[in-house]
Design a protein around this ligand. Structure first.
Ligand code: NAD
Ligand code: LMR
Length: 338
């Protein structure tokens, strides 16, 4: 037996390949940045997802190790590893969904925008690969700053002539997961019963929880509103500071990413009424991208919902969010156009 049978050694994999090709119903998913802090638990959780038949794990380091490890899990998905730029095409070819957590994370004192210099180039290269090898795949973009990396991806796809706005989704599900948790804490409820829409973007004041639209219906004092809004907006920083230089949220992010990937796959499968918040091309405001609730279907984000009625506190928050978002979006667009 080859020492790493999942790394494309060929012969003994014939039966496995049969299973991956036809037998098992399910989707083909690639994770780019699969050996990282988010990538590893995300890969593990996707291997446990019954909707996944093939899982490609790509990274510039340690992809073989993570692949060997995860491939021993006795779940349905066939796992294959891909290491380095020369194997990117193989990782992407035939994929239905590509999840991107590649790139550097924050350290205390940094903003997400401080990651732009390095992560913008990483996202550009990976999206060029997607445009070439799986232009019809749904893309879940996690790499920060999401408010700029999504516009970068859109510009790369436009340049390649493959852009479909429905298929490019910036992942903001961690904001929703945090909002559900913190709101449940204040209300004394089980977080699984709470639904908080979070709109805008994914950085500081651009993260706008709509506490007036929480389900089940409830009300908050002004102090509770201020506390919750700030805690949700600063959730990422809370983790960065607690980790003291060892990175940002990875485990809760992997959980949130899998929740979001799962709704994307259910949409692809044709399930009805699949709705989640995401940062997408949008006409909900005057900005070209905005996070709001979207309905996921066979072709991606098939419907982008309006924000619904906002209270005065949220209307002020929306203006602040749009101001910062406009700059971050423009920065992403200019990175590719200029
Ligand atoms: P990490 O450093 O632990 O892992 C990143 C991985 O990306 C590493 O394994 C690295 O080798 C890989 N990588 C680097 N360049 C690459 C390339 N060109 N191609 C493929 N892989 C490459 O970081 P992490 O904690 O996993 O965070 C990853 C990113 O996710 C960061 O930008 C972080 O800010 C972001 N993030 C986003 C959210 C969100 O809500 N959207 C939440 C948490 C973290
Ligand atoms: C988060 O919200 O946890 C991520 O965007 C990572 C970060 O830098 O805060």
């Amino acid at each position: 037996y080859p020492s790493n049978p999942q790394m494309g050694d060929g012969s003994i994999l014939e039966r496995t390949n049969c299973r991956a090709k036809g037998g098992a119903a399910g989707f083909k998913v690639a994770i780019l940045g699969a050996a990282g802090g988010i990538g590893q638990p995300l890969a593990m959780l996707m291997k446990m997802n019954p909707l996944v038949s093939v899982l490609h794990l790509y990274d510039v380091v340690n992809a073989p190790g993570v692949t060997a490890d995860i491939s021993h899990m006795d779940t349905g998905a066939v796992v294959r590893g891909f290491l380095g730029q020369s194997e990117l095409d193989g990782a992407l070819t035939g994929m239905d969904l590509v999840i991107i957590p590649a790139g550097i994370p924050r350290k205390p004192g940094m903003t997400r925008d401080d990651l732009f210099k390095i992560n913008a180039g990483i996202v550009r290269t990976l999206c060029e690969g997607i445009a070439k090898c799986c232009p019809n795949a749904i893309v879940n973009l996690i790499s920060n700053p999401v408010n700029s990396t999504v516009p970068i991806a859109a510009e790369v796809f436009k340049k390649a002539g493959t852009y479909d706005p429905k298929k490019l989704l910036g992942v903001t599900s961690l904001d929703v997961v945090r909002a559900n948790t913190f709101v449940a804490e204040v209300l004394g409820l089980d977080p699984r019963e709470v639904e908080v829409p979070v709109v805008g973007g994914h950085a500081g004041v651009t993260i706008l929880p709509l506490l007036s639209q929480v389900k089940p219906p409830c009300s908050f004092t002004h102090e509770e509103t201020e506390y919750l809004t700030k805690r949700i907006q600063d959730g990422g920083t809370e983790v960065v500071e607690a980790k003291k230089g060892a990175g940002s949220a990875t485990l809760s992010m992997a959980y949130a990413a899998v929740k979001f990937a799962d709704v994307c796959l259910k949409g692809l499968r044709g399930d009805a009424g699949v709705v989640a918040c995401a940062f997408v091309a949008s006409q909900v405001t005057e900005l070209p991208f905005f996070a709001s609730k979207v309905r996921l279907g066979r072709t991606g984000a098939e419907e982008v919902y309006q924000l619904g009625p906002l209270n005065e506190y949220e209307r002020i928050g929306l203006e602040k969010a749009k101001k910062e978002l406009a700059e971050s979006i423009q920065k992403g667009i200019s990175f590719i156009r200029n």
